[in-house]
Write a protein that binds this ligand. Structure first.
Ligand SMILES: Cc1cc2nc3c(=O)[nH]c(=O)nc-3n(C[C@H](O)[C@H](O)[C@H](O)COP(=O)(O)OP(=O)(O)OC[C@H]3O[C@@H](n4cnc5c(N)ncnc54)[C@H](O)[C@@H]3O)c2cc1C
Length: 305
């Protein structure tokens, strides 16, 4: 049953018509709960609150279906504007972005131009830019772009997904670049040809990746809401004298707030992923796919006056 629900919401997440309807409908019921706001300025109040609670943020301008070079350039400008606002407002935040939003499906040269402009600005302000990982079909291209930019910039990072068979060897290949990496289980619907179909295998591989990345001495973002994975990482760090400064836990905005605060209290670094923008539909559907309990939350919000 859970699998059916997951597949259904992942299917919906790619629906263009629903995406347009959601944009018209507005962000009302998820603002300040799962999404920062329609724009970065609206999100600042929530980010400052996180900072006050001892947490940092990474912000993502939501946008799933970028169909023209003009829109991809506008997206890049938005990221640059966000980086400049982070610096001006002196909030403790980084940015996350998707290669498709910068034009990956249109023209790879365009992505490289957009990334160069973004990373130049981010470097000036010493702000990390993390390239989110999308579906498997785009994984190789995304890693190629990451590797290329990592050679030129220290403030770029990317994501490795535990559900992909390829991820352990990707980690090995990236290791000489001493990369900052965010480790996740993976959020897209993938074929068993490329991804572990069983959750237990994904969990096992997630542990393998955490171990490998932490023991290699590279900075590691452990992005999960799963208590077992959090406990595993803590124990591993303890057993191997890995300092808390070499890793951070990351969680999505609005998820497991009490756990986020408990980790801070125990002296761990916690970064919260704060998405913003009117293109919230695909992100929201993937969260419903992950956790059916979010469905109840959503309906409560929709019907609440
Ligand atoms: C900061 C961040 C960035 C991410 N970036 C990417 C990316 O670039 N690419 C990508 O593919 N995916 C990304 N993801 C999503 C990720 O791949 C997973 O789909 C998502 O995090 C769900 O997996 P999980 O590890 O949290 O645990 P799951 O396996 O979904 O859940 C395990 C257990 O954790 C607990 N749990 C999970 N969610 C909740 C909740 N909301 N409230 C209470 N308990 C909960 C439950 O006990 C559950 O049984 C990101 C996730 C985070 C946190």
């Amino acid at each position: 049953m859970e699998l059916v629900t997951r597949d259904f919401f992942l299917f919906l997440s790619k629906n263009n018509v629903m995406n347009r309807m959601a944009k018209n409908w507005g962000i009302g019921f998820v603002r300040g709960k799962m999404i920062g706001g329609n724009n970065f300025n609206e999100s600042l109040v929530y980010i400052k609150k996180l900072n006050d609670q001892g947490m940092t943020a990474t912000v993502d301008h939501l946008g799933e279906f970028v169909g023209s070079s003009e829109v991809a350039r506008e997206r890049a400008e938005e990221v640059i504007h966000t980086i400049e606002t982070i610096a001006r407002e002196n909030v403790n935040a980084q940015v996350s972005l998707k290669m498709t939003s910068l034009g990956l499906d249109i023209d790879e040269k365009l992505v490289r131009e957009n990334m160069t402009r973004i990373l130049e600005t981010a470097e000036k302000h010493q702000i990390m830019v993390t390239i989110d990982m999308e579906d498997e079909a785009r994984c190789q291209k995304t890693l190629d772009i990451f590797k290329e930019f990592r050679l030129r910039y220290s403030n770029v990072s990317t994501v490795i997904q535990a559900y992909l068979y390829r991820s352990e060897s990707d980690l090995d290949e990236l290791n000489p670049l001493r990369p900052f990496l965010r480790l996740v289980k993976g959020a897209y619907k993938e074929s068993p040809k490329v991804a572990f179909p069983d959750k237990s295998d994904v969990d096992q591989n997630y542990k393998t990746l955490i171990r490998k990345q932490l023991l290699s001495g590279n900075y590691t973002a452990i992005a999960t809401h799963d208590d077992h994975m959090i406990a595993y990482a803590k124990q591993l760090a303890k057993d191997n004298q890995i300092p808390a400064s070499q890793f951070e836990f990351q969680m999505l905005y609005g998820m497991r707030n009490a756990t986020q605060q408990a980790l801070v209290k125990d002296g761990y670094n916690v970064r919260v992923y704060v998405p913003y923008g009117d293109d919230w539909y695909g992100y929201f559907m993937r969260r419903l796919a992950e956790r059916p309990a979010n469905i109840a939350f959503a309906f409560k919000g929709m019907t609440k006056k």
